[in-house]
Each structure stands twice: as structure tokens, then as C-alpha cells.
Design a protein around this ligand. Structure first.
Ligand SMILES: *[C@@H]1O[C@H](CO)[C@@H](O)[C@H](O)[C@H]1NC(C)=O
Ligand SMILES: *[C@@H]1O[C@H](CO)[C@@H](O)[C@H](O)[C@H]1NC(C)=O
Length: 379
């Protein structure tokens, strides 16, 4: 798909940049630098919006003169993580035409494409479909875990034809969330959220939700340092319980000024619902994940605070305290951007299947193989 061509890697990997050592810039310099960066970043960010636009509903497509091409049959080989989910009606939900989505393995010989979710294959809970594969059939590798939690990739070299992941340079790209400029968001698309901007200052300061506490995660090290300087309310299996319901995190976060959106591992484009939940709730995310530059592909530079913005955790803590005591500044600096955007969080896995189906329709007749899956995914 075009998206792969549209994206090139920028700069060193997050790992490499972390290795470049301690930052010595003062707080003032860092903040000034960020103002300067906003323009450059906005360009990259708009590029992402442009890429996303490819995946927004087809409504505006010109009328076709020829008869429409036949439907595409997309086979879901396993339900991800063994959890059965209802299959989507792509036309009704996303205005994507010509898709037959099925999880019936007997449809295999007729399927134009098969979506194969990584985990079940890697764990041995499922086998790859039988070879030889039917003529022109495409196998799609789908994975939303980070490389750290993606095992046995070496087994899968040269097996797949397309990738479907959160990475911007996937053949079929669908992130955990993305922003849509307000003007365009009036299309009534599902899973959309207007970003509100309330005048009332929030009472609570910093929250963190953590279910998998692992002492060797960078995020736990960061939390341990931060809590020496400020109070952090910890929720989840390792802290206070969250009051029931699917949106419990978002509801809790509506009362907080800041949220620690700390990814379990640090990799290119690996930015999960942790960030988007905070954005939806209007809590300013303090992020630990890939580089600031990488986050800026997905949202405006001022929409988040990166743990590497500050030479020390103490200085970061001081900055958060200063913002807490000056709500007008907090709003001006980190929340005003919200007026201009809506947030979309694709629903797992309905939108993924429909987006894949559209990509398969568009790539009809093309042949390609994913070689170097492991090297690419870890890059
Ligand atoms: C929790 O973290 C450990 C260490 O990284 C990892 O091996 C494990 O898969 C994680 N568990 C879950 C449920 O994510
Ligand atoms: C898909 O990949 C396989 C394995 O490399 C290859 O044999 C086949 O020709 C490819 N098919 C398409 C439609 O790209």
C-alpha cells in the first residue's frame, strides 16, 4: 500500500537515542526548543493525518463507471487471543464496500486473503493455514504487541504477503488511536470522541494504572524516582482497584491533571491505548515510550510531556508541580490544542478487519512477500 512508501524512518531508534547519554539542557532551553520544534513536528504530524485519511471512510470516492469489482472474502484464521468477537459489517460501520468477512475455515479455498494473528501461531495454539495456498491469496500478518512481547518471529520469514500493525510503515497501518481535525470529524464515524476542554481545574494531580508490575520495566524505575518528589495515585492490579466497566480508566482519569502513559517496552510507533485514554479524558499524558519525535508523528508536540524532555526526573516533577499551581498555564500550554481535534480509537478488531479488506481490494492483482519480518519489526 501507499503508506509504506509515504513513510521513511526518522533518526535513530528510540534505543539508540536513549544511549546517547544524559541530556544537559536546562528546562528553559528545553521548552524553547520545543516551541521551535512545533513547526517541524506539525509537518510530520500532518503527514500522519494524510496517511490516516487513506483509511477514513470512502464516501468521497468518485463514482465508478465500470461495474464494481467482485467482493473480497477475508478469512479470520483465529480470533485474537482465543476470544470470540462478532465480525463487522464493514459497509454499515465504516462505509467500506465489497467485503465478506468470515471466520469459517471451510472458506479457505475461496478466500482472497487470510488474517493471521501472531500470538496464536507463536504459542502453538493454532497452525498456519495449509500450503499450497490458493492462487493469488494473500496472508496478512496481524500483531499489536510490541517486539518485546512478540515471540518466534524467525519462524515466519517469507510466509506473509502483507503486514497489519500499529507501525506507520506497515502495509496496512492502523494505530491504537489517531486524531482527526475537527472539520473532517463530522462524518459521524463510530468510535469518535470530541475532545472536550473544560474550564474547571481538576482536583487530582497524577495517576498511573499498572497491572503488570515488573521491576525490570523502565516504567517501574521511572515511577520509583518520580514518587520521591510528587504523589502519584496508583490504580490497577498493583494499586487501588478501578471501579467496574470498560471505560473505567477514562472515567477515573477525568478527575486528574496528568496521567503516566508508560509503555511496557520502548519501540518505534508502539504507542498504545494508555496514551489515547489520557487524551480522551483530558489528562495530560506524561509519556515513556519511543522518542518524542516519534510521538509527534501522532499528536501535536504540546499535547504530551515526554519523560526525556527533562534532564532529571526531579526537574520533570518540578514542572508538573508548577503547572498544577497555575491551571491557566496548564491549559494554555498543554490543553488548548484540543479544540481542533477529535480522537478516534479503532475498535479491536472490527476496524482492523475492515481496513484490511479495503487494502486487499486495492492491492488486487499485486504480488508481494514480507521478507525480513523480524528485522523490520524490531527496527
Ligand atoms: C508482564 O511483564 C513480563 C516482563 O516483561 C512479561 O514477560 C509478561 O509477558 C507480561 N505479562 C503480561 C500479561 O503482559
Ligand atoms: C504470497 O507470499 C507467498 C510466499 O512467499 C508467495 O509464494 C505468493 O506468491 C505471494 N502471493 C501474493 C498474492 O502476493
Amino acid at each position: 500500500m501507499g503508506v509504506r512508501a509515504a513513510w521513511t524512518h526518522e533518526g535513530p531508534s528510540p534505543r539508540a537515542s536513549r544511549r546517547t547519554g544524559v541530556r544537559t539542557l536546562s528546562l528553559e532551553v528545553v521548552l524553547k526548543r520545543h516551541r521551535l520544534c512545533v513547526c517541524a513536528a506539525a509537518a510530520g504530524f500532518l503527514l500522519l493525518l494524510a496517511a490516516c485519511a487513506l483509511y477514513l471512510p470512502d464516501q468521497a470516492a468518485p463514482q465508478q463507471q465500470q461495474p464494481p469489482p467482485p467482493d473480497v472474502t477475508l478469512l479470520i484464521w483465529t480470533h485474537p487471543f482465543g476470544e470470540y468477537r462478532e465480525l463487522p459489517d464493514c459497509l454499515q460501520l465504516y462505509q467500506i464496500r465489497g467485503c465478506k468477512i468470515t471466520d469459517d475455515p471451510w472458506a479457505y479455498p475461496q478466500a482472497d486473503a487470510v488474517i493471521i494473528h501472531h500470538r496464536e501461531i507463536a504459542s502453538g495454539d493454532a497452525y498456519l493455514p495449509p500450503e499450497p495456498r490458493p492462487d493469488a491469496q494473500k496472508w496478512i500478518w496481524m500483531n499489536y504487541e510490541s517486539p518485546t512481547h512478540t515471540a518466534e518471529l524467525w519462524l515466519l520469514e517469507g510466509v506473509f504477503n502483507l503486514t497489519l500493525t500499529y507501525r506507520t510503515d506497515s502495509d496496512i497501518f492502523l494505530p491504537y488511536g489517531y486524531l482527526v481535525p475537527r472539520a473532517r470529524a463530522a462524518d459521524g464515524a463510530p468510535d469518535g470522541g470530541q475532545l472536550s476542554l473544560s474550564r474547571r481545574p481538576r482536583k487530582r494531580f497524577v495517576a498511573w494504572v499498572i497491572s503488570n508490575w515488573s521491576a525490570n520495566h523502565a516504567r517501574v524505575g521511572f515511577y520509583r524516582q518520580l514518587r520521591e518528589f510528587i504523589r502519584v495515585d496508583v490504580y490497577g492490579r498493583a494499586g487501588r482497584p478501578l471501579q467496574g466497566g470498560g471505560d473505567s480508566v477514562v472515567r477515573m482519569l477525568r478527575r486528574y491533571m496528568f496521567y503516566l502513559a508508560l509503555e511496557n517496552s520502548q519501540h518505534t510507533d508502539y504507542i498504545t491505548e494508555k496514551l489515547w485514554n489520557a487524551v480522551l479524558a483530558g489528562a495530560v499524558p506524561v509519556v515513556l515510550g519511543p522518542s518524542r519525535q516519534n510521538y509527534e508523528r501522532f499528536l501535536p508536540a504540546e499535547a504530551f510531556i515526554h519523560v526525556e524532555d527533562f534532564p532529571t526526573v526531579k526537574q520533570l516533577a518540578r514542572y508538573l508541580l508548577a503547572l498544577r499551581d497555575d491551571p491557566a498555564r496548564l491549559r494554555r500550554r498543554h490543553l488548548d490544542w484540543r479544540r481542533s481535534y477529535s480522537l478516534r480509537q479503532p475498535r479491536f478488531w472490527m476496524e482492523h478487519y475492515c481496513t484490511a479488506c479495503r487494502a486487499v481490494r486495492r492491492a488486487r492483482g499485486r504480488t508481494q512477500t514480507v521478507t525480513d519480518l523480524r528485522r523490520w519489526f524490531h527496527s
